[in-house]
Write a protein that binds this ligand. Structure first.
Ligand SMILES: [Ca+2]
Ligand SMILES: [Ca+2]
Length: 222
């Protein structure tokens, strides 16, 4: 009876250990390689024209860190924000994204000087936190000559207080080149965006934070 109890306790201990390791592996990049990180200033929201505008702390990026999986199939990004992301934000639309100029060519992809800082963005990965009318929460948009195509993104995301984590495939070919980003090097800009009704109820306002505020980050192989 005593032996059975000892074995049972050991099994519970080992089981708990496996659960803890599983949880840790899902929130920290234990199997990933560090690519780089950069800081961004606070209270630096802009409107769609790039002019300063007030925004919520949960859309204010303060630091971005990027990792790549050891097999180079996935990239993982962590946004640190000035304030906690609300569980049920009272807003029309809220998302976090990374915009990638995968061919490092400003003349291909989508350009928006006020937001993309001179990049020609070929792929954008979005984590939607609030947007009632979409079917998926992690999506990839491919911008190409003359158009764009959006699909569910192969990957995962998690929100922990002031942190937004998202992992996405670099090599997914489910929708051909619309989901195949390819491997670094490439240029990136980090984005948050919120879209809400003004208090007077007359019009909608889109608020952005982009990081870095000028220029872009070059992501290279570790
Ligand atoms: Ca910021
Ligand atoms: Ca490009």
């Amino acid at each position: 009876m005593i032996k059975f109890s000892v074995i049972k306790n050991k099994l519970i201990f080992v089981g708990s250990l496996i659960c803890i390791l599983f949880l840790v592996s899902n929130v920290s990049p234990v199997s990933a390689l560090f690519l780089g990180h950069f800081k961004d200033s606070v209270y630096d929201h802009i409107d769609t024209s790039g002019n300063p505008i007030d925004g919520n702390g949960y859309t204010d990026i303060t630091r971005v860190t990027a990792f790549i999986s050891r097999d180079e199939s996935e990239m993982r990004v962590r946004f640190m924000l000035a304030e906690k992301v609300p569980m049920a934000p009272e807003t029309l639309e809220l998302w976090y994204a990374i915009a990638i100029d995968s061919d490092m060519n400003p003349s291909t992809g989508l350009t928006n000087p006020a937001i993309y800082n001179g990049l020609g963005v070929d792929y954008e990965i979005h984590v939607f936190v609030a947007l009632p009318w979409i079917n998926w929460r992690l999506e990839i948009t491919h911008y190409y000559d003359g158009g764009s195509e959006t699909h569910p993104c192969k990957g995962t995301y998690a929100i922990h207080g002031k942190q937004v984590w998202f992992t996405f495939s670099l090599t997914d070919e489910t929708w051909g080149d619309h989901t195949y980003i390819g491997l670094p090097p490439f240029y990136v800009v980090s984005l948050t965006s919120e879209y809400f009704l003004e208090l007077d109820g007359t019009y909608y306002v889109r608020v952005w934070d982009h990081a870095p505020n000028t220029g872009y980050i070059t992501i290279t192989q570790p």
